[in-house]
Design a binder for this molecule. Sequence first.
Ligand code: ZN
Length: 438
Amino acid sequence: MEAQSIAPDTDANQVAEQAYALISDLYPICRSITGDGVRKTLRILRKHIPLDVREVPTGTHVFDWVIPKEWNIRDAYIKNSKGEKIVDFNESNLHVINYSAPFRGKLNLSQLKEHLFSDPGHPDWIPYRTSYYKETWGFCLPHKQLMELPDDEYEVCIDSSLAEGQLTYGEYVIRGKLADEVLISCHVCHPSLCNDNLSGIALATFLCKRLSQASPRYSYRFLFVPGAIGPITWLAKNEDGARLIKHGLVLANLGDPGNSTYKKSRQGNVIIDRAVQTVLKHSGREYEILEFSPYGYDERQYCSPAFNLPVGLLTRTPHGRFPQYHTSADNLDLVQPTYLADSFSKLSAVIDILEHNRKYLNTNPRCEPFLGKRNLYRPIGGFQDVATQQLALLWVLNLSDGEHDLLDICERSGLAFSAIWTAAQELAKTDLLVLQDA
Ligand code: ZN
């Protein structure tokens, strides 16, 4: 019998095409940690999954933090004295420092330059900057353009608002057979940036869609939250509920050409850490494993000491290590369906391990059982060759002693999880193996 997969590899390319189309739809929206950009994003995601949109008012205390004012922006530009727009928010929302306070005025070049930001290392790209917790305003532009600005009187307009409002996030729970949960979390606060933000959102959405049709064993909680303040808010409101999370992944940067990278949970050697490493090891491609550090994406919050949840971070190239990171070059050219497909198939393989990692008991532990009379030497689908099949059967029988689960057997044998799981399924059809855990 072929190993049943939650999301078979053959579907990954199709999912990746849909994910890329979703990324293209979400790309133009000006998101931030609060405001209509996040609402609009969640509305688009609701076309695929019926997620709940939750709102928490400005001023609410969440642990050591306070929900900030809500930010919205309608327009922004810089005009020269001829009335020509030389910087236009409508061309790229990265032009405005995210969370810029409203401003209108006329400034000379040196006054204006105090509010202009560029990246000399990449003179053609617009950098992405934020100022969430300090009320200021500013523009980002290509360094080449900044260097060429002539002395002039400039008209500046930032038609934004910072006002009492809400913090908005999306949440969806798929109820499985177990109350125990798997957490999948991604950030939704970046404007026109594809790899950092949209790749994670898109693959989480399609994983959620797939799992909701699959009646899984675990329950799955999907969070689409603004970075940092989002998970802090969720954890503050769900301090007890968080205890149900038995495995978790933060998703980001899943669409670039780099190698898959996994950053371990704070605990460092829990099932999710081992499951991801097993998948990457057997992927046939290069990969990188990073130890936990209290810097990065929202695993920082899930792995804070009071929670210490088993949550790791799955990316391709980590944040800050690709040149396009936090610039206008993190766009629809950087992210490609082929890399999204590879990330999605790895993600699906990780979910398969979580779903199928059970403990079995060998009912005939006194020497090897006689496999021939039970028709276990016939070729079984899902194996590359008969030798691997034989070995997988022997490993499952030998280590199913009440102490080891299938992931233990997979690691000790060096065989792929799918081979071990298929062998266990075959043996469980005979009188030799019974499921031990509930
Ligand atoms: Zn970022």
